[in-house]
Design a protein around this ligand. Sequence first.
Ligand code: NAP
Length: 250
Amino acid sequence: MTTERTAIVTGGASGIGLAIAERLAHDGNAVAIFDRDGAAAATAAAKIEAQGGTAIGVEVDVTDRARIDAGVTTVRERLGRPTILVNSAGLDGFDPFLKITAEKWNRILAVNLTGTFDCCQAVVPDMIEEGWARIVNISSSSAHGGQPLMTHYVASKAGVIGFTKALALELGPKGITVNTIPPGFIDTPMLRASESKGRLGEGVEHHAALTPVRRVGRPEDIAAACAFLVKDEASYVTGQVIGVNGGRNT
Ligand code: NAP
């Protein structure tokens, strides 16, 4: 298969990030999977390669700027200049507001918001040199309407939305689009972990029955929207919040 572009997908070893990595590879892009679990990233890359795609797994914790920079160097050497970045690495949390420690607050902000900032800053010089690029940040539908017990998480994801809008304005003249997809209620290990901890009330199937399209979202639903946003034909779409949530938020 001839490869189109080189993409980096953070959090690409699981859930939404994994589906995006598989879809971008299927669409002909070489994909670097950045995940803090290096073995899981390598397994995901091997699966893509077995299906005829081009992929590598790289152990990168997005809270470690030195590891991000080293990971981007690896991508340049092995796959070529990265011109697509999808920030999907994320950490949730459920804590009553008055019980949130400074450590917990800082950790969630570090992964979700600062991690997104650092990955963008590490890759944007390549993107500017290329004069064409796509950035897609995975935020959260919880930033539309809020979510009790998640002030840290919701604040971090609302930050990602604001960051996306501002960066889009700055990078638009350079041929780089920046958009965000806030997913809502997608069946991933993160969602099932919340369910098993009793954070979803009566559970996933109950919420699915209340969702306008009457099902839980699939990681592939997010991957499909992302696949569009990284295409050439999406060059007039930037700074946008593209909700994919089965109608749970409008
Ligand atoms: P997931 O299955 O847990 O996948 C997240 C991936 O990110 C995991 O592989 C995780 O590794 C990795 N990761 C976590 N912290 C990292 C770090 N510091 N550096 C590098 N990788 C890290 O969750 P998901 O549901 O696919 O979530 C993907 C994104 O969508 C997240 O940003 C999440 O907030 C967002 N989102 C999901 C939903 C939903 O309904 N599922 C809704 C709204 C927003 P570990 O497994 O080792 O932690």
